[in-house]
Design a protein around this ligand. Structure first.
Ligand code: ADP
Length: 487
């Protein structure tokens, strides 16, 4: 436990290294989804606050942060990572109360945030340029440079992990960040800013402006001096952001979710697969971009897989986040209504099993009963749309070609997994599946600080995580020096 309490005042923005009230003086209520009570009030930052934050980031780039060497940037990131771990108890409780995430999962997210800081801290001075053979009398080399001010629009489902992967990589490359956390869950973003301050990150290198998407978020996307936007969130807002950023021809990285399948073949080790099949669907109450919401099973194993998944589902309990049940509440009543309307659209389908909401769950909490549908047609809305709740569908297939056609038969392409002992099939499917990550005999929803992550189609574009993110958060300059031919 840290000896330094985090002491954040969520009614403030963090700009230029200081806690400042939003210029408009407005606040928003932040709800605890476990019971519906108001947790606290947060700043309702707007365009003027975003503009202040961009100014502070520019001053950081002109000052200490812009002058820091790659090694120094790495060292401060590593220090932030260490301080994140020192504050694990406080951060995990903040995230649980704010997102509704079961405490154990919130603790895992704190560890992931620290890992991102360690990984990108270590990577900061290891991305090298190239020398390029060219014409006689020239020496040509490349320089990796920061974009400048980068905008980070963060969703509510994994605030810490997504801050880690996006802000961590951006800072490692020497950018100065303006972060707009989600209005539903922003407390750990503010706590992270305070930790970064305590770790000695120069003023203005990281700025956090809480507020509404249509106000602070839109202002960040529109700002003419923001040089890169990274966004994780819904498809509709992603489209809007890409369109808005095009006004200034600003590059965007978009991670917009998916409908990720797990393919279970007749030679799969079903018992080894089982925990992954279910957990990848219900982790964080299914509110995970890379959740596995479709389970595709060879017809010869279909009944066995459905029976075993159903047994697990019947044991699932949804309840208050701090009580650490299998599933917490959804982030909001709005999200609960969306997921329940999806479940209602499955009225004509076979429900293989449902979990339970614990009897003492507060009435004001946003709980949804975990639900498993079997024998679902691949074209059904529940097998096509991202539900973002604790709901999975099981779909039978007859052969490999059909499995691939179903797996690739949505507008998304984020993650997929293959359960089979056949090495040749594993290799074939790793190539044929449309996904930014393919797992073989495992499923890595949310995991893998080191592993490049991102999708295609409606899942977005660009890659975060791993070394790959460092390319996205930097720009390449080619220097061609003419010094004359050798004498
Ligand atoms: P969800 O629908 O799951 O809540 P969103 O895509 O609406 O996800 O939100 C993800 C993030 O995008 C949040 O930080 C939100 O405030 C922000 N956001 C929402 N609308 C806009 C917008 N028009 N411009 C920029 N950011 C936005």
């Amino acid at each position: 436990m840290s000896t330094r309490p985090l002491n954040i005042d969520p009614q403030n923005c963090f700009i230029g290294g200081a806690w400042v009230p939003p210029l408009g003086g407005q606040a928003l209520d932040l709800r605890n989804p476990s019971d519906g009570t108001t947790l606290c009030q947060i700043a309702r930052g707007d365009a003027a606050d975003i503009d202040r934050a961009v100014g502070a980031a520019e001053r950081a780039l002109d000052g200490d942060w812009g002058r820091a060497t790659a090694f120094e940037r790495g060292r401060v990131l590593a220090k932030i990572g260490a301080l994140v771990l020192e504050n694990i108890d406080e951060l995990a409780v903040l995230e649980s109360n704010d997102v509704g995430k079961p405490l154990k999962q919130a603790r895992a997210d704190v560890v992931a945030l620290a890992r991102y800081m360690e990984f990108y801290g270590g990577a900061a001075d290891k991305l090298h340029g190239q020398t390029i053979p060219y014409l006689e009398g020239y020496t040509v080399y490349t320089l990796r440079e920061p974009h400048g001010v980068t905008g980070h629009i963060i969703p509510w489902n994994y605030p810490m992990q997504i801050i880690g992967r996006s802000v961590g990589a951006a800072l490692a490359m020497g950018n100065a960040c303006v972060l707009k956390p989600a209005e539903e869950a922003c407390l750990t973003a503010l706590a992270f800013a305070e930790i970064a301050r305590q770790a000695g990150l120069p003023d203005g290198a990281l700025n956090v402006v809480p507020g509404l998407g249509a106000e602070a978020g839109a202002a960040l996307t529109k700002h003419p001096r923001v040089r890169h936007i990274s966004f994780t969130g819904s498809v509709n807002v992603g489209k809007l952001i890409q369109e808005t950023a095009s006004a200034h021809v600003v590059p965007v990285t978009l991670e917009l979710g998916g409908k990720s399948p797990q393919l279970v073949f007749d030679d799969a080790d079903i018992d080894a697969a089982l925990p992954f099949l279910v957990n990848a669907g219900i982790q964080n109450a299914g509110q995970t971009c890379s959740a596995s919401s479709r389970i595709l099973v060879h017809r010869s194993k279909f009944d066995e897989v459905v029976m075993k998944m159903a047994a697990r589902y019947r044991d699932l309990r949804a309840g208050p986040a701090l009580d650490d049940h299998d599933v917490g509440p959804l982030v909001s009543m709005r999200q609960k209504d969306i997921v329940e309307s999806f479940i209602a659209q499955g009225h004509d389908l076979e429900i293989a099993a449902r979990g339970e909401i614990v009897a003492d769950a507060p009435a004001g909490g946003a709980y949804v009963t975990p639900t498993l549908f079997a024998n679902v047609d691949p074209g059904h809305i529940l097998a096509q749309d991202e539900i973002f709740g604790p709901v999975q569908v099981v779909i039978p297939f007859d052969d490999e070609d059909q499995a691939v056609a179903i797996a690739n038969g949505t507008d998304f392409g984020l993650v997929a997994s293959v359960w089979s002992q056949n090495g040749a099939r594993q290799m074939r499917l790793a190539k044929r599946l449309r996904a930014g990550q393919v797992f073989i005999n495992n499923y890595g929803a949310g995991g893998g600080v080191e592993l490049p992550f991102g999708g295609s189609g409606l899942s977005g574009h660009g890659r975060e995580k791993g070394f790959e993110a460092l390319y996205g958060f930097s720009t390449l300059k080619t220097v061609a020096a003419f010094h004359g031919e050798d004498k």
